[in-house]
Design a protein around this ligand. Structure first.
Ligand SMILES: *Cc1c(COP(=O)(O)O)cnc(C)c1O
Length: 397
């Protein structure tokens, strides 16, 4: 048996492999430079162009580009009418923003447990958590795999809830052939550099509802309108505009929008390469009894953002932490997505108890995120597999 690097053996590779990395080419750089040389750095034509592209890509009727994915979630909750005293149901296996958006509106995040095989929110547990106060569901396409949209849509319709899909991981994914972004009442995207498509920062809300669309436009920009048909007073002249609602500056720049558009030109390539890597990982890991591979629902044609490997600690002499550290010593940098949101001290101090979602907590104890990004070479991928196999072989019970 080979000696693990963490015990002084030779690492699988000499240089560090990171878990995620953006891919920027000359076309991206040129797109940004072109905007810098133009008249508009913000509120310009690139933003409209990006919104059009997102509608074409997903099949949604409307898109509102904003400064980041968190802002997108916030204004989606506002448009849904989430308010003080309301409850919003989400998953604990997500980035904190999926729950924080309820807090921004004075509402209470409520956590429904996950499906232990797909790691996405379990519609049955969502149903069990619905109360008279529930206003919306924020369903996260974790790792890029679509949530069970048919079940969630039916449930939300029956209970009169707004379905907000947090698609921060799932740009490019399709559910039963329809683009993510065109199905839920509202869908949000993030263009943070770790996501599949980046603008440095950036986000968007997609919807088929004209009513939500008009609200989202107002909330993005101070509640101010320049549309005469919305005025409550008589216009004073050509400079006139009115603040008719409450809102923020959640605008995105044309610089970012141009970068995102250029990145979207490569989305098909990104998807293809990510799928290849996922297939290779799945092939290698599914035959190792000490490991569990994430299951996919057949409805989801997934552009995968994250690759989650789950270990079976009962069959190994090491736990997740030791596995993670052993991978690091082999020069494969992993990550963990996510600490269940309600296990953060802020939520704990607000009264959320440990044990609230046992399946989510068990997953958290057993998972690592392996490197997955477009620019990974075949050698990089094989290095990851070699390192995983080496550690499992050395730590079998
Ligand atoms: C990244 C992410 C967000 C937040 O997006 P930002 O653009 O970083 O604000 C929200 N939800 C999920 C699931 C994410 O991964």
């Amino acid at each position: 048996m080979e000696k693990l690097a963490i015990h002084g053996g030779i690492p699988v590779r000499e240089t560090k492999l990171y878990y995620g990395h953006q891919y920027i080419d000359d076309a991206d750089i040129q797109a940004v430079v072109d905007v810098l040389k133009s008249d508009y750095l913000t509120c310009g034509p690139k933003i409209t162009e990006l919104e059009k592209r997102l509608c074409e890509l997903t099949g949604a009727k409307y898109a509102v580009a904003v400064s980041n994915g968190t802002a997108a979630l916030h204004i989606a909750c506002m448009a849904a009418g989430v308010d003080k005293g309301d409850e919003v149901i989400t998953t604990p296996i997500t980035f904190a923003a999926s729950a924080n958006c309820a807090l921004y509106c004075g509402a209470k995040p409520v956590f429904a447990d996950i499906n232990e095989k797909t790691y996405n929110i379990d519609p049955k547990d969502v149903e069990a958590k619905v109360t008279e106060k529930t206003k919306a569901v924020v369903a996260v396409d974790f790792t890029g795999q679509a949530v069970e949209l048919d079940a969630l849509t039916a449930l939300c319709k029956e209970k009169n809830l707004v379905l907000i899909e947090d698609g921060a991981h799932s740009i490019g994914t399709k559910y039963k052939g329809k683009g993510i972004g065109s199905i839920a009442d509202m869908t949000t995207f993030s263009f943070h550099p770790v996501k599949t498509v980046t603008g440095g920062e950036g986000g968007a809300v997609l919807t088929n509802s004209e009513e939500y669309y008009q609200k989202l436009l107002l909330y993005r920009s101070h509640g101010i309108t320049k549309n005469e048909t919305e005025y409550q007073h008589v216009s004073d002249g050509p400079w006139y505009h009115e603040q008719i609602d409450y809102g923020f500056n959640y605008r995105i720049t044309d610089i970012q929008a141009a970068l995102i558009i250029s990145q979207l030109d490569k989305l098909e390539r990104f998807t293809k390469r990510r799928k290849e890597i996922v297939d290779r990982y799945n092939e290698a890991f599914s035959e190792i009894p000490e490991l569990t591979v994430q299951e996919e629902i057949p409805e989801s044609d997934t552009t995968r953002h994250l690759y989650i490997l789950r270990i079976k600690p009962d069959l190994l002499t090491i736990d997740r932490r030791a596995f993670f550290e052993a991978m690091g010593a082999e020069n494969i940098c992993c990550n963990v997505h996510y600490i269940p949101v309600y296990r953060h001290p802020y939520y704990e101090n607000a009264g959320y108890p440990k044990g609230l979602c046992p399946k989510a907590e068990k997953l958290y104890d057993e998972m690592v995120t392996l490197p997955l990004y477009y620019a990974m070479s075949d050698t990089d991928v094989e290095d990851v597999i070699t390192a995983v196999k080496k550690i499992v072989a050395a730590c079998r019970k």
